[in-house]
Every structure is written in C-alpha cells, then in structure tokens.
Design a protein around this ligand. Sequence first.
Ligand code: FE2
Length: 302
Amino acid sequence: MTDFPAIIAGGGDLAAFLKANKSAVDAALDDAGALLFRGFDVPNAHAFDAAVEGYGEPGFTYEDSLSNAVRTNVTPRVFTANEAPPSTEIFLHHEMAQTPLYPSKLFFYCEIAAEKGGATPLCRSDWVLERLAKDAPDFVARVEAEGVRYTNVMPGSDDAGSGQGRSWRSTLSVVDKGAAEARLKGLGYSWEWQDDESLRATTPALPAIRNLGDGRKAFFNQLIAAFRGWADSRNDPNRAITFGNGTPILAEDMAPAIAIADELTADLAWQAGDVALVDNFLVMHGRRPFEGRRRVLASLVA
Ligand code: FE2
C-alpha cells in the first residue's frame, strides 16, 4: 500500500522545487492522494504563497466560493483554514462538496503548530467507498442514483464561533435579500427566510459519488461533516442531509460510512514549515481540536 500521506522530504526553496518538479509531484499526488512537503524553507505566508505560485495552477478564491466556513484572507490566494474555535472538531469532508462549486486540490501550510492536538485528519475516499459498497450496498446504490441534498442555515452576519458561521451575504456575495434569492435560484437551491434574518437554504441534488475517470470512484460529498458537525445555534445536524428525493439520511444510514472513514484516517501531525497538497476529489480532510496557538493556512486550486 502506498504511504499515506506520502512525505516528500527536502530542503531549500519549495517554490523552485514545485516549479522544477511539477509533473513528478502530480504523478505522486495521483498515486497517494496527499503529499507532505517537509524540511523545505517556508517561513511565512508569503513563502507559502510563492510555493503555490511555483506550482503554477489557477487559484479558486474564497470570495467566489459557496464555502460556509468563516475565513480571513492573508494574501490574495492564501487564507486562514477555518476560524472555528480550537475545541471544535471539523469532521472529514471534501472541500465544498456540499455546493456545486469546489476546488480540485488544496494546499495547506503550517505556520505555527499547536501545542497539543490540531492534526489534520486525512482519509482516502476511494478506499472508503470500496469498503462501504461491501458493507452498505443499498446505501451506496441509493446515494449514487439519487445524489444528496444539504440544508444549511446561514446567519445574517458572520459568526466566527461556528464552523459554518459564514453569513449569507458573504457566502452568496450579495448585499440584500433580493440578490440572495436571485443567486440561489440560479444555483437551483430552495430557501426559506427565518425570523432572525438567517436563511435556510437547501441545495439541488448533488452527486455523492465521483467517478475519477481512471476506473476509481470516490465517496465525494460532505455527508460525514454535515451529519457529525453542522451543529450550532441555527443548525440541527439531523436536518442537514437528505437523499436526492428529500428523505432524511438517518444516523443508521451514516454509521457504516463514519466507522469506515474513522478506521482509514491518518492524522497529519503538523510541524512548522510543513506544506501539504491534497487531491480534493480523492481525499477528505478535517481538523482535530487543539490547545494553544495554531496557524494553518490554506490555498485552493481551481
Ligand atoms: Fe475544509
């Protein structure tokens, strides 16, 4: 079995390394799904930005995305991974798979490693799907045929205390309700305004399984994170996910996927200066709770 994540140990300038070795890096990424560049000289966010630039693929901006996390841009293409409090676990997910717009790859950079905890769990979704198809074939067949829908309640203004606290104004890049409705309509969402200015929005049926085009298929969705983690003052995880036809996906439906994913998860324990590159179609990621200061930055590839 391939080492996961695969470690590429080196030294010197990571931007130059990525530029000179792009095709070898991509081949390694395709094989492993996640790469950890360790030992290179990446002292700060600007060096990380340069490394992403050296890799040379177009970026996917947070402003344009429908991500529900609150983040802050550090450079135009680099932002904080998620502003959710340290004690909040962010469960496994494919970045933005709960929306119709998602990045193909993710870069992460550890500027400051937490004193305790704070690893990034990584899990191969093709391996999860392979096992799940044996353990829960009816569930797999159903989500493959129908897709899944996600419901999220977005506040009127950003709530950094929640892992999904991004306001509807920011999420949809709009200033008023009329523009929000026009954007949602264009995306095929349904919606309902709440009394407190928050907005309950439900996606159209989105694919839950992705064909990777090389014979592999992945459990490409946000089901685990939505079911385990979309809890805050506005959101009830039991109402977050349904099959494509609108029937709720229940705890017993999710139990096998959660158990298999937990079993197959490898924790990336950060050291300052580490950079990871993750294939967003193949590998899920999350964030373990932590203590002390931790600064992990992210950059997305279109
Ligand atoms: Fe994420």
